[in-house]
Ligand binder design. Structure first.
Ligand code: MLC
Ligand code: AMP
Length: 506
């Protein structure tokens, strides 16, 4: 009898199996059975800490097998997993704790002393989990049994809360249900032909949809294994590729591989599949990759709020510069941003999606939910696209003011608010400009207050205190004024056009 559909679909099916699940760089192999035992011990300890089903568990920890077992433990104990980028500053973390009302924060031991006052203020328990698996969470778990009575859940119950940056500068918690995750994993296993003998080269972070759900859930559901690397390290990727069958990455993975002469047709020859997503893969990268390896990268398109929406076909033509077709069960339409009416095929408009993959709404933000999730179930993605005559979806831009740097989303508003507060600044605009490695990167434009000469170094230093490193402007420039349209809105497209070569020319 199904008591916890997500636990049953991803984890319980491996009970007692000694098959490899995580293959670590050290050579250590963690079997499916051993992984479930780790998760069960964590689940036992989380319950002893007094957490009850539906409570949020925030985890700002480094990537490790234990961090992944904490995700499984939350599923088993009916808790809502809330993974956070370790790069977030304490200020950013405070917001997530407050907004989510997390019952527990799991952090790296090195951060515990600094975070304790914040956790106390938020009435959040604190536990530690270090990259090597040690810490108070593991200490507590070590005396718990290897088995745990799985807590009953229903498909519509929350499994995870993933924060995604908001247009107003404040992040929104996307509520993902058990059914959202199960349906998407099932579709992708089938669509991408995952099997138990697949070995996925996993070098993505596990605090985002891509590394946590797409890569991990799909591998688990198929009963396969992952070579689990702490981060992208091209040397290790190249060394370990002969043992893998599939690679998933953001476009930076593929441009960095192509930059390396050791990445040859021979090295890639045995691979079954290369998948790219989270940011646009240049058609040129797609072609270069095919010329070098003979493989056509399979590009797909997704979001935190929806998991995966479209994918190029496994067997049919993987068309460069497109994100393929809507996945089975997903309805995608292109609409007029003003009227919301569906546009004729071929025309550019906003992309809307509906399906079992689409989230339940933003945590305690009914207005934002209502603004983006229509009553008929269509989610307004904020991406602009078109469907070509053959049905392939093309993403042509964004209706939302978003920068995607190396697969991380950055909302300009959050940075602009900080720049505007600095001495001598009248106003600012933050834009994304092309970057050869990260796809896009952050450029800050500052208009000085009358008679002032803002100190750009001091402004950069201020941004560094408050914002995670990946959000820091790579450059600040002084400009006389910002171009505005007749409505007074800053014309960022003009700025992007004027400054598009800031990082691409030597
Ligand atoms: C790291 N840095 C970044 C950065 N990553 N800066 C901007 N953008 C990024 N993405 C900073 C570091 O803090 C460091 O700062 C410097 O850049 C170089 O760091 P690095 O260690 O060399 O970076 P690296 O580890 O190589 O990371 C780059 C990367 C990584 C692209 C491999 O960012 C990554 O794994 N990105 C994947 C993100 C992801 O999973 N997105 C999926 C979202 S889900 P300094 O100066 O201090 O040295 C989603 C839905 C979907 O979008 O469809 O999948
Ligand atoms: P996130 O909010 O981090 O989940 O990022 C989702 C956004 O990433 C989408 O709305 C798109 O703008 C972008 N994205 C994801 N996959 C692709 C892709 N294959 N091509 C272009 N953009 C993508």
């Amino acid at each position: 009898m199904t008591v916890n559909p997500l636990y049953d679909s991803l984890f319980d099916l491996h009970a007692g199996k000694e098959t490899p699940f995580l293959i670590l760089d050290s050579g250590k192999v963690i079997s499916h059975r051993a992984f479930l035992a780790m998760a069960a011990r964590f689940a036992g300890h989380l319950t002893k800490l007094g957490l009850s089903p539906g409570d949020r568990v925030a985890a700002q920890v480094h990537k490790s097998p234990d961090a992944l077992a904490l995700y499984a433990a939350c599923v088993q104990a009916g808790l809502v997993f809330l993974p956070l980028n370790p790069a977030y500053t304490h200020g950013e973390l405070g917001y997530f704790l407050e907004n989510s009302g997390a019952a527990l924060l799991v952090c790296d031991g090195a951060e515990a002393a600094a975070l304790r006052p914040l956790a106390e203020r938020m009435n959040t328990q604190l536990a530690t989990l270090n990259a090597d698996g040690s810490g108070s969470l593991s200490d507590g778990a070590s005396v718990c049994p290897d088995t745990f009575a799985t807590v009953a859940r229903q498909g519509g119950d929350l499994a995870a809360l993933l924060y995604t940056s908001g247009t107003t500068g404040r992040s929104k918690g996307a509520m993902l249900t058990q059914d959202n995750l199960i349906s998407n994993a099932r579709t992708l296993v089938d669509h991408w032909r995952f099997e138990a003998n697949d070995v996925l080269l996993h070098a993505l972070p596990i605090f985002h949809t891509h590394g946590l759900f797409v890569a991990t859930n799909v591998t688990l559901m198929a009963g396969g294994a992952m070579i689990f690397l702490p981060r992208l390290d091209i040397d290790r990727l190249i060394d370990l590729m002969p043992r893998a069958t599939v690679l998933m990455g953001v476009p930076t993975f593929y441009t960095r591989l192509l930059d390396d002469p050791r990445f040859t047709r021979d090295l890639a020859g045995h691979m079954r599949l290369f998948i790219s997503g989270s940011a646009p893969l240049l058609a040129d990268t797609h072609r270069q990759f095919e010329t070098r390896t003979g493989h056509r990268i399979l590009e797909r398109y997704g979001m935190t709020e929806t998991n995966m929406n479209t994918s190029n076909p496994y067997d049919g033509e993987r068309r460069a510069g497109t994100v393929g077709f809507p996945l089975p069960g997903v309805t995608l339409k292109v609409t007029d941003p003003d009227s919301g009416e569906q546009l004729p095929q071929g025309e550019i408009g906003q992309i809307e999606v509906r399906g079992p993959n689409v989230f339940k709404g933003y945590w305690e933000m009914p207005d934002k939910t209502a603004a983006e999730l229509r009553a008929d179930g269509f989610f307004i993605t904020g991406d602009l696209g078109r469907i070509d005559a053959d049905g392939y979806v093309h993403i042509v831009g964004r209706n939302k003011d978003l920068i995607i740097s190396g697969g991380y989303n950055i909302y300009p508003k959050e940075i602009e608010m900080l720049l505007d507060e600095q001495p001598g600044v009248l106003e600012s605009a933050v834009i994304g400009v092309p970057h050869p490695d990260l796809g896009e990167t952050v450029l800050g434009l500052i208009v000085p207050a009358p008679g002032a000469s803002p100190d750009l170094d001091a402004i950069m230093a201020a941004a560094q205190v408050d914002l995670a490193r990946f959000k820091h402007p790579r450059k600040l420039l002084i400009v006389d004024a910002l171009p505005r349209n007749t409505m007074g809105k800053v014309q960022k497209n003009l700025l992007r056009d004027q400054l598009s070569e800031t990082f691409t020319t030597p």
